[in-house]
Every structure is written in structure tokens, then in C-alpha cells.
Design a protein around this ligand. Structure first.
Ligand code: SAM
Length: 338
């Protein structure tokens, strides 16, 4: 891992294993794993026309239920976040960074990493979920950063003009929740100060956590889970307000937003087997959500395999088997306002 150029490293302890986990992002993140009974919309943290996130009915996501999963997923990737923040610091070079926006911050794990990397800046966590912003606020207090981290409730992208400008705008696994991704990036880019950088975390590779052949059911389970999730994800996107199909060529979209690309980098998160209890619980929660969300999309054989993996009394279950790992690659695309 690249040494952190500034100040103390992020030291918050991981969120302890806790109950049922929620979704997370797109490929390479907590994947399309998500949502339980609710539609795929919730799985990816889709937003609603009203910006509501109460999630009690229909396809509305329940961010309160997803909070633990989002936070733990981000905590497992803190080394990547710190490395990415250091890279962004290098990209911004001599520019005096006084304000950083973390758009769709969720529980604020990245917000804290950015605040550490830019000690001269006010860092603003922006999200439509009050519950997640409260987590971000509590985290910033635990980190001793309350004086430099603020939280702002806003619906993106409409709320952006009220947030003011910044030298660095970071957005992670959020753009794919917005109906018109190209228009959203244009709005984000417009909030950059001259010389400022927009960093968009999208894409990468789906997370893998099991060998191809696990000795139960048909080999290649994860490839089939990924394929089923891709279809669910496309269906979710099609239901978003203002949905516009977009070629997800992120550097090209940043150019279309009026910016000059400054590079894309992919960061590995590689937790090898045997996993510690926190990471193991995270994988189990993720599989539980996959079992629920993809129940109509998978074969009976694959569903039975998932049931075995979720059997905590079985030596073949995720909590006891020795071969569970956590491997993913996350891509960050950057561009500067010249
Ligand atoms: C998949 S989570 C990503 C959280 C965090 N950025 C991370 O990478 O860990 C998506 C986040 O975007 C927020 N979000 C989704 N749609 C939004 C919208 N239209 N306006 C504001 N926030 C939104 C959700 O509340 C959630 O916190």
C-alpha cells in the first residue's frame, strides 16, 4: 500500500459483525448484492423520485437497513480508500484544497479518509439519507475530525447547486443510482473550482469470495450470481427517474462534462483465507441478501447451494469453511477542470 503522505492514518475500528446486512454498490463493490424482499432498486441503493429513502414499500431502498452493510463494506476497503486519497492529493498538486465534497457519502468512511488526506480542507459528506449522515457525523467525532467534517442532506443531482463549490469532488458508487448519469456528471463538474478534480468511483471487478468449485452443487456459482445480478441491476436502472441509457465509458463521460481526464486507477482489496470474523460475517450477510434478491433468477440447484453456505451449523457453511476470501478491484476515474 502506498504510504499516506499526511497525518494520521484512518484508525477507526471495524464495525462489529451485526445482523442482517444490506446492499452496496455496483460491480466491484458490495456488488449488486443487496436488497432483500424489495426490488433490485433497493439493492443498489436506488433513489426515488421524491428522494425518499424510507423504503417501507415498493422499490424504495431502506437505507437504515443497509447502513451496517455499507459501513462494513467500506471499512474492509479502508486501505484502498487511503491509497486513492493519497493519489488524489498528488493529482491536485500545489492547488490549495480548502473544500472537499463527498457526494453520496453513505456512512462517511471515505469522508474521513479524505479529511485525513486534506488536512487544510473542510470536507462535506452529502447524502439523501439522514441515518447515514448521522453515522458519518458520529464517525468524524470518533476520529477527532468533527471540526473539519460537516454533513449536508441533499438529493442528487438536483441539490448540488446549493452545496457550493470545491477543489475536490469525490463520488463513489452513487452515479449508477442516478437516472441520467451523463447529466449528473455535468452537474458535479460544474461545482468544481478551477484546477479542481472530480473523482468518480465506478466499475472495477465483481467481488469474489469462493473458489470456482466449492465441493457443493455446480461449479462456477459466483459467475452465475454475477450474471443474475447484472440483469437485476439493469432492471433497477430502467426504473430510475429520468433513466437514460448511457455508454458507461467513464473517462469519455468526464470529457463530455467539460473536464480533462487525469487518469483512472484500479485498486485491489485482497483479503485472503481464512477471513477474520468481521469479513466472514460480511460475506455471509452478502450471500444472504443474494439468496433473497435472486430467488427468482437462480436454479433450484444454486439456491440449494446458497442454503448450504448459509447453514451456520454446517462445515460447508460460510462461517465455518476455511476457503472463504474477499477479493475485489475498484476503479476510480479522475478529471480536472482546467
Ligand atoms: C452504494 S452507497 C455508496 C456509499 C459510499 N459512497 C460508499 O462508496 O461507501 C450509495 C449512497 O448514495 C446515496 N444516494 C443514492 N441516491 C442518492 C441521491 N439521489 N441523492 C443523494 N444521495 C443518494 C445513498 O443514500 C447511499 O449512501
Amino acid at each position: 500500500m502506498t504510504p499516506h503522505p499526511h497525518g494520521p492514518r484512518h484508525t477507526a475500528p471495524p464495525t462489529p459483525p451485526a445482523g442482517h446486512a444490506g446492499h452496496a454498490g455496483h460491480a466491484g463493490d458490495a456488488g449488486h448484492t443487496a436488497h432483500a424482499g424489495h426490488a433490485a432498486h433497493a439493492a443498489h441503493g436506488g433513489h426515488t423520485a421524491t428522494g425518499g429513502h424510507t423504503g417501507s414499500t415498493g422499490t424504495e431502498p431502506d437505507w437504515d437497513a443497509l447502513a451496517v452493510h455499507l459501513e462494513r463494506e467500506a471499512e474492509l476497503k479502508v486501505p484502498f480508500l487511503e491509497e486513492a486519497a493519497a493519489w488524489l492529493h498528488d493529482l491536485l498538486g500545489p492547488l490549495d484544497v480548502t473544500r472537499v465534497l463527498d457526494l453520496g457519502s453513505g456512512p462517511g468512511v471515505t469522508t474521513v479518509a479524505l479529511a485525513h488526506a486534506f488536512p487544510g480542507a473542510e470536507t462535506v459528506a452529502v447524502d439523501s439519507s439522514a441515518a447515514l449522515l448521522e453515522r458519518a457525523r458520529a464517525r468524524s467525532e470518533r476520529e477527532g475530525l468533527a471540526a473539519r467534517i460537516t454533513t449536508r442532506a441533499a438529493e442528487l443531482p438536483a441539490g448540488l447547486p446549493d452545496l457550493g463549490s470545491a477543489e475536490l469532488i469525490w463520488t463513489s458508487n452513487v452515479v449508477h443510482h442516478l437516472g441520467d448519469q451523463r447529466a449528473a456528471l455535468e452537474t458535479f463538474a460544474a461545482a468544481l473550482r478551477p484546477g479542481g478534480v472530480l473523482a468518480v468511483r465506478e466499475g472495477g471487478l465483481p467481488t469474489r469470495f469462493l473458489p470456482r468449485d466449492i465441493g457443493v452443487g455446480r461449479p462456477g456459482l459466483q459467475a452465475r450470481l454475477d450474471a443474475a445480478e447484472e440483469d437485476r441491476f439493469s432492471a433497477m436502472r430502467a426504473e430510475l427517474p429520468d433513466h437514460t441509457r448511457t455508454v458507461e465509458d467513464w473517462p469519455a463521460l468526464l470529457v463530455a462534462a467539460g473536464l480533462a481526464p487525469t487518469g483512472s486507477r484500479t485498486f485491489l482489496t485482497d483479503l485472503s483465507a481464512p477471513l477474520d470474523p468481521v469479513a466472514r460475517a460480511h460475506v455471509r450477510a452478502r450471500v444472504e441478501r443474494l439468496r433473497e434478491s435472486l430467488a427468482d433468477d437462480l436454479s433450484a440447484e444454486d439456491l440449494a447451494t446458497l442454503d448450504t453456505l448459509l447453514d451456520d451449523g454446517s462445515a460447508e457453511g460460510l462461517l465455518r469453511r476455511p476457503d472463504v476470501f474477499f477479493l475485489t478491484a475498484t476503479t476510480v476515474h479522475t478529471a480536472v477542470r482546467t
